[in-house]
Design a protein around this ligand. Structure first.
Ligand SMILES: [Fe+2]
Length: 258
């Protein structure tokens, strides 16, 4: 499996505090069947993102990592005025392996009508935004139709593995189910922060997905789609995964937002 969202880099944010913890997180990932993991430290007003420091930390982790897992680089990019301006000036600074795919996280308080504008702005810069864990935002509770509309307009969607298995509560799981039923989910990722509560393990989510939606769907969400982000390839042409990376011809239509 390929995990596109994790806080495994030691000492950069609220994820792993040490190389020792990082190596335990990687060992857990390997044991659960993950072959590739993207290190995505927060880029937010609370956690400054220094590309050189991230590069150096990724190199250290690669050198110490157990066999069987590849470390990739990205960011957990928070929507914030200054950060968006920086991403527009340096479109590949925060993206997965410097390709078109960019994880985006919404701030706690944001007028929902501004989200499509931000997404469209990022897409115009050649980026393909991936909205992280919509099921976990208080402001998006019950707003399945909004997320579906964003997905239909070009924004990809990632849900958290542990949301599927109930760790974030029944409301979050129900929203995941509604989005999956609507084929408005493109990735399942760990968003791992530690070795106890928010771990790198994706096997339980895979089992849940396989039982409810079948093995091909689980593979799409945990293997094929996330693997395409590593090399900047278009997502495989299968249902919800048919959108092209950075596709400019699919201009968003935000009529829903008036
Ligand atoms: Fe995250």
């Amino acid at each position: 499996m390929v995990d596109i969202h994790s806080h495994i880099l030691p000492g950069l944010d609220d994820g792993s505090p040490s190389m020792e913890t990082t190596l335990q997180m990687l060992a857990q990932a390997v044991a659960a069947g993950t072959t590739d993991i993207v290190a995505t430290p927060h880029a937010s007003p609370n956690y400054a993102f220094d590309p050189e420091a991230v590069n150096a930390r990724v190199a250290e982790v690669r050198a110490a990592a157990p066999p069987g897992i590849n470390i990739h680089q990205g960011a957990d990019f928070h929507i914030d005025y200054d950060l968006v301006q920086d991403a527009l000036a340096h479109p590949r600074r925060y993206s997965i392996n410097g390709g078109p795919y960019l994880l985006i996280e919404l701030p706690e308080r944001v007028p929902l009508r501004t989200v499509p504008q931000v997404v469209e702005t990022l897409m115009r810069a050649g980026l393909t935004p991936i909205l992280t864990h919509p099921e976990r935002y208080f402001l998006l509770r019950g707003k399945v139709d909004e997320v579906k509309q964003w997905a239909a307009s070009g924004c990809l969607v990632q849900v958290t593995a542990q949301s599927l298995t109930g760790m974030f509560g029944s409301t979050a799981r129900k929203m995941c189910e509604d989005l999956l039923d609507a084929r408005a989910v493109h990735f399942v990722a760990s968003d791992a922060h530690d070795t106890q509560n928010r771990t790198t393990r994706l096997d339980a989510a895979r089992e849940w997905l396989t039982g409810r939606y079948g093995a091909p769907r689980a593979e799409q969400l945990l293997e094929h789609n996330p693997r395409a982000t590593l090399t900047g390839q278009p997502l495989p042409p299968s249902g919800e995964g048919s959108r092209k990376a950075g596709a400019r011809e699919r201009r968003p239509s935000w009529k829903f937002w008036g």
